[in-house]
Write a protein of this length. Structure first.
Length: 401
């Protein structure tokens, strides 16, 4: 009889704990749903900008850093050269590539007059690779406006006039491209990056101070609201020079976020857009590429703050994985009321993902595997943290990062 009472008490305590986890998950998901809905309204498509280009349009420099980009560089460059804008130059810095990137750029530069193929200098040990390449591009560019894009990005023909129109109102703009995902793991992992951005970062606060936050508090935490996507980031020349440009972020792995922080620190105006209809990207084409690419900057994206990194990992397990586990356990133990209760966070997760799938044209059925994607990132997080504690550096494009 005593044993039976102990078992009943254990089951009651366990189910009570499960209910508390579900309640926590629902509260978090409702909170992030508010941010998501506001972002879907506030974060406009760059395609929505009305632009009328005059014949005296200011010079724009499109700057493309390239290291071992033989699979994508020709598409990136040829699309950049198709701009419906009368006054621009395309500069590609070949950052000591060891594949066919150099020969491809050499051939293209022979037949295209406004393509400038720049041979990159040897990287100093105290610089990160991308900031070093972009810094050289910034020094070579002659434009009034500087646009930095990655080699796996391709622009639609109206990207430049829309960008120039936006930069008449802001000092810096950044665009989250329309991400194309092909393989199974691309579909599983890449949308999660946008899910984090759209549900955690209120886009309007990248532009202005929250009205509810005291000025003294805001000055202390203003960097928290700064964000940018290095796949497409553009400056007026004055703003780029005032912030120190890429020279100011020479040792940063996640240089785009740090650039945004410098923009805000100097009191300049920053604006974010999404790129559907104007800016496109395919970040990776294989699981190996995904793993290596995210391994180099996942922990760095948390400013290498171990406590924050671990806490966010635990939070994701509680909010996104635990409700699925509880749902299955509730069915096994025939606790149908708990099973129904645990469906609430599952539905909220799927609805959030569905809204993003619609916005960016992703396959909604993959969103049903959201907890698997979360577990993938948990494993990546363990590896990144282990690397950091062991002093092991990640490798990218044949360089240690």
């Amino acid at each position: 009889m005593f044993m039976l009472l102990m078992i009943c008490n254990h089951l009651f305590t366990t189910f009570r704990s499960m209910e508390l986890i579900i309640i926590f998950s629902i509260i978090w998901l409702l909170f992030t749903s508010v941010i998501l809905l506001r972002n879907l309204v506030d974060l406009k498509s760059m395609h929505s900008i009305s632009a009328h280009t005059a014949e005296t349009a200011p010079l724009v420099s499109i700057c493309i850093p390239a290291r071992n980009e033989e699979d994508v560089i020709e598409h990136c460059v040829t699309q950049a050269l198709k701009q419906n804008y009368p006054n621009f130059e395309v500069l590609v810095l070949d950052d000591n590539s060891t594949d066919e990137t150099t020969s491809i750029l050499t051939e293209l530069s022979k037949i295209i007059s406004n393509l400038h193929h720049i041979k990159g200098k040897e990287k100093p040990h105290y610089w990160m690779g991308k900031p070093w390449a972009c810094n050289q591009l910034g020094e070579s560019a002659k434009g009034k406006y500087l646009l930095f894009i990655d080699a796996d990005v391709w622009l639609e023909e109206d990207a430049l006039p829309k960008m120039v129109q936006a930069l008449t109102q802001y000092d810096c703009i950044t665009v989250w491209p329309k991400q194309y995902v092909g393989t199974f793991w691309e579909q599983m992992i890449v949308p999660m990056i946008y899910y984090a951005v759209f549900t955690l970062l209120p886009a309007r606060y990248t532009e202005r101070k929250p009205r509810w936050m005291p000025v003294s508090v805001y000055h202390k935490f203003s960097g928290t609201f700064a964000a940018a996507c290095g796949q497409f980031i553009a400056f007026s020349r004055e703003a780029y020079q005032k912030t120190g440009g890429h020279h100011a972020v020479q040792q940063e792995v996640v240089e785009d976020v740090q650039l945004a922080k410098h923009v805000r620190k100097h009191g300049l105006r920053l604006k974010m857009y999404h790129g559907t209809g104007t800016v496109n990207c395919r970040m990776y084409t294989s699981h190996a590429g995904l793993w290596a690419g995210l391994r180099k900057n996942f922990f760095a994206g948390f400013n290498k703050n171990i406590l924050l990194f671990v806490c966010m990992g635990l939070l994701h397990l509680l909010v996104f994985v635990a409700p699925f586990v509880i749902f299955i356990l509730a069915l096994v133990y025939q606790s149908y009321s708990l099973a129904i209760f645990s469906l609430i966070p599952l539905l909220l997760i799927f609805l959030q993902r569905l809204l993003l799938d619609i916005r960016f044209g992703w396959n909604p059925s993959v969103s049903l595997l959201h907890p698997v994607s979360v577990l993938w990132y948990q494993l990546l997080g363990v590896v990144c943290l282990t690397d950091y504690l062991r002093g092991k550096k990640a490798s990218w494009k044949g360089r240690e990062v």
